[in-house]
Design a protein around this ligand. Structure first.
Ligand SMILES: Cc1cc2nc3c(=O)[nH]c(=O)nc-3n(C[C@H](O)[C@H](O)[C@H](O)COP(=O)(O)OP(=O)(O)OC[C@H]3O[C@@H](n4cnc5c(N)ncnc54)[C@H](O)[C@@H]3O)c2cc1C
Length: 387
């Protein structure tokens, strides 16, 4: 195996401490959370108290000023453990960075420390019932108004499939501030729980990610103060595009870690399980299959690590990140499917992590931009003419 060189001894020490946190605060409860359809809020506060939220944010905003590799470690550990209900990644490395990059000083001071404590849970709402891949087709509107209370945006519309949506206290909402201008009329707004007219819909019943609260959100004449505009007016689309490489890499990072975990679980199982008087591991089919999967996961890990290194130098382009997202999430699905087969019937039983991994993996090819959209991005970067 090729040794990974990204992480320092400090990162590895952090891995140990985060793993202990997961063993104590997540593992014993995750199955119950899957039953109830969401994780307890307490696990957010505990993560905050232990310094596991918003670590990469500057210290003056409640973070630790840590480099992104600490977040990579955290994502890998959550994937490895199968803790798919935990939405720290989206909160720490999608929502918080938007506020850090595009927020005003007042916004950073108001939201980031509360997010770092786990008192505020963050979500980002782009997708709508009729606009997922085609974000330019977003129909939610936020029109600037003035009344006796001052300037505000009147927000109307609905969002769906929003991760952390049911728990969320703070939602970055993508809306049209100039509906006639298409993508160039799109802005980001910081919408808080409790603003009149903002309602959280039902938690959506999903095939996998059972403990993840994925919800619909409704905005009905919500008066969002003008000061809650995030980033420049009508430049929301540009902000979304700028953040894409890191967001896509997060899916690839989890996919590589999960693929390796699946191989590890399967290795342990096939050595133990006897069929026709010999361990399943001794059949050539098993040995070849696992050898093939390990080869492919090794190749994926080397590519992912190279992309992470480029990202840390600010040199990772969107097309390369899209390659990682599409290829490694496809591989994850293939690896886990083959591993389920090697488990036989037990691989289809919920109490086995491989069964949960099987249903959790499927959405990796869909969210964060579908893998077809990733191929569009790659083809465009190659200079191939489109529609
Ligand atoms: C569990 C889960 C969590 C999610 N979390 C969030 C979240 O936190 N925030 C958020 O905003 N969204 C979230 N999403 C939404 C997700 O990003 C969208 O589902 C995704 O982008 C696809 O959009 P869609 O569902 O509307 O599919 P559609 O866009 O309707 O796509 C349908 C099919 O058409 C294909 N297609 C579309 N356009 C093209 C094209 N140009 N060329 C070729 N094929 C194409 C797609 O690949 C797909 O196969 C989440 C979704 C899920 C399932």
């Amino acid at each position: 195996m090729i040794e990974r060189t990204l992480f320092s001894p400090e990162h590895e020490a952090f891995r140990d401490s985060f793993r202990r946190f997961c063993d104590k605060e997540i593992a014993p409860f995750h199955a119950d959370w899957e039953e109830q359809g969401y994780v307890d809020r307490e696990v957010w506060r505990k993560a905050g108290a232990n310094g596991f939220l918003c670590m990469t944010m500057p210290e003056q905003y409640g973070g630790a000023g840590a480099d992104r590799l600490y977040s990579v470690v955290q994502m890998e550990e959550l994937a490895r453990g199968g803790y798919s209900g935990i939405g720290y990644g989206l909160h720490n490395e999608i929502v918080a960075p938007y506020i850090e990059h595009y927020g005003t000083e007042a916004q950073k001071q108001k939201y980031l420390p509360a997010m770092a404590r786990g008192d505020m849970i963050g979500a980002i709402a782009m997708s709508e019932p009729a606009a997922g891949s085609d974000l330019q087709g977003v129909k939610s509107t936020a029109l600037l108004k003035h009344d006796e209370t001052g300037d505000h945006y009147l927000l109307n519309g609905s969002k769906t499939f929003i991760t952390n949506g049911w728990h969320a206290d703070l939602v970055i909402v993508v809306a049209k501030t100039d509906p006639a201008a298409g993508a160039k009329g799109t802005s980001l707004l910081l919408v808080e729980r409790g603003m009149p007219g903002f309602e959280t819909g039902k938690r959506l019943k999903k095939v996998g990610l059972k403990a993840q609260d994925t919800a619909e959100l409704f905005f009905n004449d919500v008066k969002v103060p003008a000061a809650n505009l995030l980033g420049p007016l009508n430049r929301g689309f540009v902000s979304l595009m700028e953040q894409l490489p890191w967001e896509r890499m997060q899916i690839a990072i989890g996919a590589a870690a999960k693929s390796q975990a699946a191989i590890d679980w399967t290795m342990a199982y096939v050595k133990d399980r006897k069929v026709f008087g010999q361990a399943v591991a001794q059949y050539q089919n098993t040995r070849f299959k696992l050898a093939e999967l390990q080869t492919q996961v090794q190749i994926a890990q080397v590519f992912v690590d190279k992309c992470i290194a480029l990202l840390l130098e600010d040199k990772l382009d969107t097309a390369t990140a899209s390659m990682a997202k599409y290829w490694v999430s496809d591989l994850e699905n293939k690896v886990i499917d083959e591993c389920v087969q090697l488990f036989g019937g037990y691989g289809y039983m919920w109490e086995y992590p491989i069964a949960r991994a099987f249903v959790d993996a499927r959405v990796q090819r869909i969210y964060g931009g579908t893998n077809e959209i990733m191929k569009e991005v790659i083809a465009r970067a190659m200079g191939l003419p489109g529609r």
